[in-house]
Design a protein around this ligand. Structure first.
Ligand SMILES: NC(=O)c1ccc[n+]([C@@H]2O[C@H](COP(=O)([O-])OP(=O)(O)OC[C@H]3O[C@@H](n4cnc5c(N)ncnc54)[C@H](OP(=O)(O)O)[C@@H]3O)[C@@H](O)[C@H]2O)c1
Length: 233
């Protein structure tokens, strides 16, 4: 798909990978519509991006809020479900409120945003839903039972929706990154020494390359990892 003048919605577009995606896409001439909860951070992201960007304050885990945003955006060609939160620890140590939050945002948020924007995606000639999952949506990991549950849920949703929409104008793909250098972990109270993890600007370029492929080609289930070296953490 040609990205110039296309309307793209990026959930979690104010920080980390979402903001990197917004930068690359707006540089390609796309109109980027960012969704996030923190208005101050969102406003500053939109300001930095310039005239090709709009910001919408909403929580993807709140159906009414996300539906309201979907009504405000006139047309949409690409939805990038990227918003997410981290949760770590043994199941017995995870508080119920944090478990609910992780499942609500990471899994229900993807389902809600897709349901809210799908009618408008179906109106165009070419459309794409790209879900930013995680390698934790493919493989179980120590201390990640709840995070993996949320991300495996998104993997299943992505795979089934792809089949549901096979004969429509909407392509559905999943992107599965490993560790990236963002503040995802310290926001959850689990800081990581992740300075040498993947750079989100580089990761965003790969996602944009996926989006640029012709509609009759599917570059799907792309797994991207940091190459491990002897000094890696
Ligand atoms: N970083 C990694 O190592 C890594 C690896 C694999 C996969 N991932 C996945 O990649 C995605 C992006 O992660 P990141 O590392 O870039 O995270 P990040 O830097 O913490 O950014 C997360 C973004 O999501 C937004 N967000 C969080 N909860 C939201 C909600 N309920 N409604 C709307 N927006 C919300 C945040 O803004 P507000 O807080 O203002 O809402 C922010 O813009 C996530 O799905 C994450 O699970 C990350």
């Amino acid at each position: 798909m040609q990205l110039k003048n296309k309307s793209v919605v990026i959930t979690g577009g104010s920080d980390g990978l979402g903001f990197s995606l917004a930068k690359v896409l707006s540089a390609k001439g796309a109109l980027v519509n960012l969704i996030a909860r923190d208005k101050k951070k969102l406003d500053s992201a939109v300001k930095e991006l310039g005239s090709n960007a709009n910001g919408f304050v909403a929580d993807v885990s709140n159906w009414q809020e996300i539906e309201r945003v979907a009504q405000k955006i006139e047309s949409i060609d690409i939805l990038i479900n990227n918003a997410g939160v981290w949760i770590e620890g043994s199941l017995l140590d995870c508080e119920i409120a944090r478990i609910d939050q992780a499942i609500d945002i990471n899994l229900k948020g993807v389902i809600y945003a897709t349901k809210a924007f799908l009618p408008k995606l179906k109106k165009g000639t070419e459309a794409h839903v790209l879900n930013v999952v995680s390698t934790s949506g493919l493989k179980g990991r120590d201390g990640q039972s709840v995070y993996c549950a949320s991300k495996f849920g998104v993997s299943g949703f992505t795979e089934a929706l792809k089949i549901d929409l096979e004969k429509t104008n909407v392509k559905v793909t999943g992107f599965y990154p490993g560790g990236m250098k963002t503040h995802l972990f310290d926001k959850a109270g689990n800081p990581k020494a992740n300075q040498d993890w993947m750079n989100t600007d580089k990761v965003a370029e790969i996602i944009v390359f996926m989006l640029e492929q012709d509609m009759n080609m599917v570059m799907d289930q792309v797994v991207l990892n940091k190459r491990m070296t002897q000094t890696s953490n």
